[in-house]
Write a protein that binds this ligand. Structure first.
Ligand code: AOS
Ligand code: ZN
Ligand code: ZN
Length: 424
């Protein structure tokens, strides 16, 4: 199904008086609104194909009706999100959960929905039916060269799918590691992984990037072979200029200072991609901004600052993707909320008075520095984000419009109450 642009405009009309009042109030407090709106309109966040089905935990998964059963339907779902918020213009595919069968047809559906293809993701953390060798003891790190070869070939296959669809990056997340002391040699695991990654790197097209995603623990609980940003940076530096670190917000040990990690990676020119989500404990994959919105803002503050320092384009020089999926909300509603939270944090970061902050730092005025950041964080930027969306043709209130139009009900009617999603 598709949402009619006119329908969005008509519903926006009814909300306009209230919106204009709130927007005018905010405008009286800020002076760079137009520049911020332009940036907000350009910003696009990739939607992961695996977040469109029912998420879950190892304890179970609860089905919801109207779930997308094919890749085409997943792209259509992202199209719905993008029609509503105009900031979800791409999809990040997971292979083999979403193997494109007919490239031309898939590209056609994507074009009709104004959706591009973000980074493609390989999967060597599960064994697939009929797969000759197992990844039980790791993939790119495996002591058996034949297993490593199989995993390398899979990644090259993923690149090929991405090339056909117009992706420009490969994300490699490895579950590789160990569960018990003594199980593996850290050095051998590192060296094998590096060698395997180098082979994948040589298969990258000239204008592609590879993102090396790190994760502290899970599914391995003693060591992870790309366990933190230092290890990812080590691989990325050794691999070459097309290799970058990918930061997933849920992949750190508790209380890690992610904003500092982001600042340093950007400073090194080695931050390439981002997976947004939120968490209370580990890799909880909860809705972005639902638990620690201040942290999300502080991260964006460093992102904006670090990108500006290097003259980078906020919208296109990093791969922005969501990586969240859970058990209790309608995934489309959840994704609308994540995008909204990300846009708000970005808008707040754009509000930070950088000159005053630098002055406060030079004077070691700690209290003032905190005030400046918190002033931006405590500004209700929702009218600004809504205005950017409205100007781009999206909804002033995406979530309520989603409900008002009965989109889930229509999807259930079309796809059935029992439709099953591929992947996860
Ligand atoms: C796993 O924890 C990672 O976040 C990866 O990005 C993974 O590919 C994705 O979450 C799908 O499982
Ligand atoms: Zn991730
Ligand atoms: Zn994760």
């Amino acid at each position: 199904m598709r949402i009619d642009k006119q329908q969005i405009a008509t519903i926006n009309e009814g909300l306009l008086t209230d919106h204009n009042r709130r927007f005018a109030n905010l405008l009286s407090d800020i002076d760079n609104a137009e520049a911020i709106i332009e940036k907000l309109m350009a910003f696009q966040i990739g939607i992961p194909s695996w977040a469109l089905g029912a998420g879950g935990t190892r304890f179970g998964r609860f089905h919801f009706g109207g779930a997308p059963a094919t890749l085409e339907e997943k792209i259509e779902d992202v199209g719905l999100l993008h029609a509503l918020n105009r900031n979800s213009g791409s999809i990040s595919l997971h292979i083999p959960w979403d193997i494109p069968q007919d490239y031309a047809a898939i590209k056609q559906v994507a074009a009709e929905n104004e959706i591009k293809f973000d980074a493609v993701n390989s999967n060597t953390f599960q064994d697939q039916p009929g797969q000759p060798l197992s990844y039980k003891f790791g993939s790119l790190q495996n002591v058996d060269k034949a297993v490593r070869k199989q995993a390398i070939e899979h990644n090259i296959e993923v690149i090929k799918h991405g090339v056909e669809l117009g992706s420009k990056a490969l994300t490699v997340w490895l579950a590789d590691g160990s569960c018990f002391p003594g199980q593996l040699s850290f050095r051998n695991a590192f060296n094998n992984t590096l060698e395997s990654l180098s082979e994948i790197y040589s298969a990258l097209p000239e204008d592609w990037k590879v993102f090396v995603e790190y994760k502290a623990f899970e599914p391995n609980f003693y060591s992870t072979t790309v366990g933190d940003w230092g290890q990812s940076l080590l691989y990325a530096s050794k691999l070459g200029k097309k290799a970058y670190t990918l930061v997933d917000l849920g992949h750190h040990l508790p209380n890690a200072n992610i904003e500092q990690i982001v600042a340093l990676l950007l400073n090194e020119g080695k931050l390439g991609g981002f997976h947004f989500n939120d968490s209370k404990y580990g890799d909880d994959d909860l809705t972005a901004g639902s638990i620690k919105p201040y942290q999300l803002f502080l991260i964006f503050n460093e992102l904006v600052d670090g990108m500006d320092a290097r003259g980078m384009n906020h919208a296109s020089d990093l791969g922005w993707m969501i990586d969240a999926s859970h058990n209790v909300k309608d995934p489309l509603e959840d994704l609308l909320q994540s995008v909204e939270a990300i846009m708000a944090a970005y808008a707040q970061a754009l509000l930070v008075d950088k000159k005053a902050l630098e002055e406060a730092r030079q004077n070691s005025d700690v209290a003032k520095a905190q005030e400046i950041l918190q002033n931006a964080f405590r500004t209700d930027v929702r009218p600004l984000v809504a205005e950017a969306r409205r100007r781009a043709g999206g909804a002033l209130q995406p979530l309520s419009l989603y409900r008002q139009l009965g989109i889930r009900e229509q999807l259930i009617k079309q796809r059935g109450a029992d439709s099953q999603t591929t992947g996860l």
